[in-house]
Design a protein. Sequence first.
Length: 310
Amino acid sequence: MRFGGVVLLALVGCSKREPSPPVGTVLAPTGGMYLLVDDEFAYVAGWGLAKVSLDGGAQTVLVAQTSVAGEAMDSDAIYVSTYSGANDGVIERVPKDGSTAQVLATAPATPVAVDDSYVYWQAKSGFMRILKTGGTPELLTAAQDSTWAIAVDDTDLYWATFVQLDAGISYNALVSHVPKDGGAPEVLSDMAIGLTRFGLDDGGVYWNECPPTGGVVCSLVRFDKATKQSRAVLSKPSLWVSNAIVIDSARVYSTDVERIDYTPISGGTATLVAKTSTDTPDVKVRSGNVYWLDYDYDGGVMNLRTIPTP
């Protein structure tokens, strides 16, 4: 249309659209709540244990038809706590190549951790370890309350246990540690919350922390082993917790409601890595890629997804 020598254009549907949030690529449908990743495969545990090529494709079942309460890995094997019903289960060493698994010890359902020589878990009598090649279990420290998470570094074993705050309504967790070579346990925090994973780097331990008061600001904190001081890496004004905490050389990756973020190790604001359909139960970072488990409500299946690190 012309009006007074000026061309008027009707602009229809030209409003600026926000870019769609990144959702990553599905590698394979799978199941489970625990995820490990090496240079070739992802290992998913929950109801059994399976491996999936990082190039995608069908699963290879390594442990079938049993519940898995925790998993850890080294270069050759996956170490799992398996159980059935209310009965005690076992700690197993499962070779990555699919050869015969080795039962290392009997144990209740428990998180597990490994270092260069040992497998660690919680038994009814306390925290135990056994050589990865087998042998006699060794007691590190006496019985603790129900454990959410354990981790090991070069010198210490770390764990988080439930603490009831009031009349069965509110819970936090104690974060404690003990030297692997023996010594007295020491409490590092009584404000941890929602802790299903620890994060570790050279000289530091990461966990979620919320003061037991109303209207709180919750934080992902780093505990410095040298100074024995904690500092917030990321804080949010809500009862926010991250299901998974993963560290690389410069960043801390964490989960929020239907998203995965990263924050500089030095602290700062969260940057979106990927949008998820659920509060993803586990995340790993390997060789320039982020991997996570994400439930597809439409398809009714848990998917293994990946996206390059930003």
